[in-house]
Every structure is written in structure tokens, then in C-alpha cells.
Design a protein around this ligand. Sequence first.
Ligand SMILES: [Fe+2]
Length: 242
Amino acid sequence: MKIALVSDIHGNMDALEAVLADIDRGGAGAVYSLGDNIGYGAEPERVVRTLRERGIPSVAGNHELAARRPDFLDWFNPAARQSLSVTFEMLSAASREWIAEMPMHRQAADGRLVHGFPPDSATLYLFQMSTAQKAAAMQELPERVCFVGHTHVLGLIGLDGHVLADVGLAAGLNRLDPALRYLANIGSVGQPRDGDRRAAYALWEPQAHTLEIRRVAYDTEAAAAKIVAAGMPAAHARRLLG
Ligand SMILES: [Fe+2]
């Protein structure tokens, strides 16, 4: 069975609609979100409602933590704080409740889903961690494969015994060696930061040991215009066009 994994939608309904249409064409048996469904983008309520209605489970990202705990806003830079303040006003009581109940990690097949870094951090970035920290975290997991988002940049780390290697994650089909452990960063649906403005998401087929990265074009100009019209920081609109 193919499992679709999306991350960092960030209130970008235009990107999410295009990705869900692509997922529906590809026949995934399940869809999971790795968090940061809100923040930066102009349509957080529509995004959360769509995930709820489609029964797409999510883990909590750092932006969901901010929605739960106002004191956590201090963790963010001023532009992100401004965006989150507008975001909070847009969320319905039902969406807030859904966000409040999100776990910090989930399991799908023999994989672990976490927003930032295993075992269950929504705030640690992959690039902050040393080689030894990454290897230890991967070795200690009960699951062989761990998926993260948070940096908005694709990446794949393989652990062969005690040897860690950055094997890279390219668009298209990637083969996973069943003998290795992996930490995969599946990029971002709603705000990629790798110079490719198309939405990124992953189709994982555990039994076939494949991880396909798909890039999906959508109307980035429309999504950017909505951010400005909502009174959110223009920098986040420009980021969609970079
Ligand atoms: Fe994010």
C-alpha cells in the first residue's frame, strides 16, 4: 500500500488542493500530515477543515504548539508571530480542538512520523543536529524509517550499522535499502525553501521499499496575493515566488 506523507502545508489551500488531487490520482491508501498545517498562509481554517473532513491524521508542528500555548509565540521571529496572530483569529473552535489533540508523533506501517526530529520534537531542526546525535536518535527508534518535515528542504539520511550517510532525496522514485535505517525529510507542501516553487510531498510504499517525491505545480501567484490581502507579512508571500 502506498502511504502519502505531506508536511508544512502552512495554510496554503491552493497548494494543498493541488497535492490532494495528485494523491487521489496516484491511489494512496492512507494520507498523513507531519505538522505545521497552519501559519504563513492565508487559509488555515480551510486547510484544517479539509484535513479533518478527509480524516488525515497529523502530528503537531511548532506552529500548532503556538496555537495551543500563547507563551510559545516567543520562540518565533516577529514576522512569524504576526502571521500566527492573524492565523489564530481565523481558526474555528472545532479546528482549535483538533489542533489541541494532535500527538507529537505517530506510527504509519513501520515508520515514525514527527515534525522536527525523532523521537518526538516539533522544534529541533535536522541541520542543528550533529552526526552522532542523528545516528543515536535513529538507532534508538523502534521504527526503521522516520519521516520529518520542519526545514522545508528535502533530504535523506541512511544509517548502515554505525555509519551515517547523506544519500540525498531527489524528485522521482528513490529506492530504500531494507537493511538500512532511514531519516527522510519530505519537504514542504505550502512553502518550499529549496528554490523550486512547486509543492513537495512523498509517496512511501513500505513493502516495495520505495519513496517517491512528487513536485506539484499550483497557482503560487494566487496564494501569494491571498497572504497580502489577509494582512499577513508580505515576506511570506514573496517566499512562495522565490
Ligand atoms: Fe514549517
